[in-house]
Design a protein around this ligand. Structure first.
Ligand code: PEP
Ligand code: MN
Length: 278
């Protein structure tokens, strides 16, 4: 890919040679520190989210993830607790010194979520929801923009451009696996996207090993590979009882496996001149 490109400009390394560094307090994303986001696919119960928040904090995670509005392939699948889950999610995070991230599906929800949520996630299925991107571009919160299931890197950076153009410079990109002919696992993590994005853009990029593979046995090696390839962080799903999860149980780690993952990440981080703060 060319170093300068007409499809995006503000997102280009040619426009801003130095890395964008997003100061989240406990971690400066895009600097030496790795961002660790962890939590369930969906917030389910108070007990579930509390257990996970406690474990996330203990392992060294910085941000608690938890879907309230789930973009499910089938309308018959669990759609998330919606606003009903908001208090339990935010309380669990605050009690355990964690920031919060949740996916926003509908711009109409932003007003209610804005005062409670620290980062907003744009899911893969909404990467090119341009009215939503423009809306998020008007906010002062960091945005985690996930790569579409079949999106090129140019399309991902062009989507980021919509947010930047409205004035919000705090965009974190997320590789989460793409569609290829490989159908033995859910998606194929595009590890090469990480160094390529770093070359052509100044924006931080993290990797979500959970959705990338859809298989809990494969999450740990892909998380290690992401950090080795220079990712600025990872986002991982875990659950107290993965086999009983209401969504994405097959890719969810249990708390012990998540603890091990963060331990392993610390070792790989050191080898490539990075660090997990905390
Ligand atoms: C998620 O992270 O909860 C999610 C739905 O992922 P994706 O948008 O990558 O499918
Ligand atoms: Mn999920």
């Amino acid at each position: 890919m060319k170093a300068t490109h007409h499809a995006f400009h503000l997102a280009a390394r040619a426009h801003q040679p130095e890395n964008t560094v997003i100061d989240l307090g406990p971690v400066r994303v895009g600097g030496k520190d790795l961002l660790i986001i962890a939590g369930p696919c969906a917030v389910e119960t108070e007990e579930q989210i509390r257990t996970l928040a406690k474990n996330a904090n203990r392992a060294g995670a910085h941000v608690l993830r938890g879907g309230l509005f789930k973009p499910r392939t089938s309308p018959y699948s669990f759609q998330g607790l919606g606003m009903e889950g908001l208090d339990m999610f935010v309380d669990a995070a605050r009690t355990n010194n964690l920031l919060t991230i949740t996916e926003v599906l509908d711009p109409a929800h932003l007003e209610t979520l804005h005062d409670r949520i620290d980062l907003f996630q744009v899911g893969s299925r909404n990467m090119q929801n341009f009215p939503l991107l423009r809306q998020l571009g008007k906010l002062d919160k960091p945005i985690l923009l996930k790569r579409g299931l079949s999106a090129t890197i140019e399309e991902l950076l062009s989507a980021a451009e919509y947010i930047l153009l409205e004035g919000n410079a705090n965009v974190i990109l997320c590789e989460r696996g793409i569609r290829t002919f490989q159908n033995d696992l859910r998606f194929t993590p595009d590890i090469s996207a990480i160094p390529l994005i770093h070359r052509i853009s100044h924006l931080p990029v993290i990797l979500d090993p959970s959705h990338s593979v859809g298989d809990r046995e494969t999450v740990l090696p892909i998380a290690r590979a992401a950090v080795a390839a220079g990712a600025d962080g990872i986002m991982v799903e875990f659950h107290p009882h993965p086999d009983e999860a209401l969504s994405d149980g097959s890719q969810s780690l249990d708390p012990a496996a998540f603890m091990q993952l963060v331990k392993d990440i610390r070792v790989v981080a050191r080898a490539v001149g990075r660090r997990v703060a905390g």
